[in-house]
Design a binder for this molecule. Structure first.
Ligand code: AMP
Ligand code: MG
Length: 325
């Protein structure tokens, strides 16, 4: 694997690899993506292989803007409003596949809908533009593990399974995109993420919620709903107001309890955007030998706190199936 700084040359090289059906890891504002040509079945199959995804879960296709999206999905008024407000940015819309859509059937796992988003990260945009393709891009990590927010995380998780990594530094948002099903009469939240429910409702009115399903049921409309999707190797204890000497503490706010073996603070000032940006890197840093458990302080359930708590609950709900050391 090669890790390179994004320049006009390396982006052109990455685009050429994508056009040849190869994989490239690239930064987005949410997390690092494992990119492939979304119109090439074999390239998309290589994503599933590199990630070790147990099932062919549908992938998000990344495009430059609403005009590009309309070539692949059936657009509607709600999508138009949401794109105007949130694109480019951390909102993925699930829309009906349009007639003649070139998106690979494997990328959508055979569904008649397509998950699509326009990322705001300049390197992601430059790569999409240079490749001239929609880019299928799940998080650039082995299936079930914590998502990568830095190039080092991609290297740790995927190693030589990806030939080229564009290192754009740490991801600014730090949690995955919000996935919103916009294919029906009322939008439904499938996965909370970087675009907040409050902001979405301010743009299009009340939305339905379907992500808070109990764990263990395989019949999900969105595999990101799997309970153990974001699991560190060590157990996670939520809503910790005290901490043991054998625990690593993931703190939030100005007054963390003392006595942990190791403490990281998501945001000493209690800022949820800062906490989201630090979440996965700090979870990884605490997920190390010698630490019995990761204790997590309570996080407010508003704004980005919804996505943060969703990922933390999944980390805590891990059923062992995806746990790796
Ligand atoms: P990831 O690629 O790891 O960020 O995950 C993509 C998320 O989008 C997962 O939660 C998928 O289940 C969801 N997703 C992708 N395509 C669809 C679709 N057509 N319908 C519903 N959810 C989807
Ligand atoms: Mg993922």
């Amino acid at each position: 694997m090669r890790v390179v700084a994004p320049t006009a040359e390396t982006i052109a090289e990455a685009a050429a690899l994508l056009r040849q059906g190869q994989l490239v890891a690239f930064p987005t504002e949410t997390v690092y993506g494992l990119g492939a040509d979304a119109t090439n079945e074999r390239a998309v199959a290589a994503i599933f292989e590199a990630k070790g995804r147990p099932h062919f879960n549908p992938l998000i296709s990344h495009v430059l803007d609403a005009a590009a999206a309309r070539r692949f999905v059936e657009w509607n008024d709600t999508a138009e409003k949401l794109a105007a407000r949130f694109w480019p940015g951390p909102l993925t819309m699930v829309l009906p596949r349009c007639k003649g859509s070139a998106i690979s059937l494997l990328a959508t796992a055979g569904l008649d809908t397509v998950a699509i988003r326009a990322p705001s990260h300049p390197v992601a945009q430059a790569l999409i533009r240079a490749a001239g393709l929609p880019i299928a891009g799940p998080s650039a990590n082995r299936s079930g593990a914590v998502s990568p927010t830095r190039a080092e995380h991609v290297i740790e998780s995927l190693g030589d399974r990806v030939p080229l990594v564009l290192d754009g530094g740490p991801c600014l948002v730090g949690v995955e995109s919000t996935v919103l099903d916009v294919s029906g009469p009322k939008p439904v939240l499938l996965r909370p993420g970087g675009a907040t429910r409050e902001a979405i409702e301010a743009a299009v009115g009340p939305i339905g919620i379907s992500h808070a399903l109990p764990s263990g049921d395989a019949a999900r409309s969105s595999p990101g709903q799997l309970a153990s999707h974001y699991a560190p190797a060590r157990p996670v204890r939520l809503n910790a107001t005290d901490v043991g000497a054998d625990e690593g503490l993931l703190a939030f706010g100005p007054n963390p309890p003392a006595g942990a073996m190791l403490t990281y603070n998501l945001s000493p000032s209690g800022n949820l955007a800062e906490a989201a940006a630090n979440l996965f890197a700090q979870m990884r840093a605490l997920d190390r030998p010698g630490i019995a458990r990761i204790a997590v302080m309570p996080i407010p359930e508003t704004g980005l706190g919804l996505a943060i708590n969703d990922r933390l609950r999944r980390a805590a709900a891990d059923d062992g199936l995806h746990r790796r050391g």
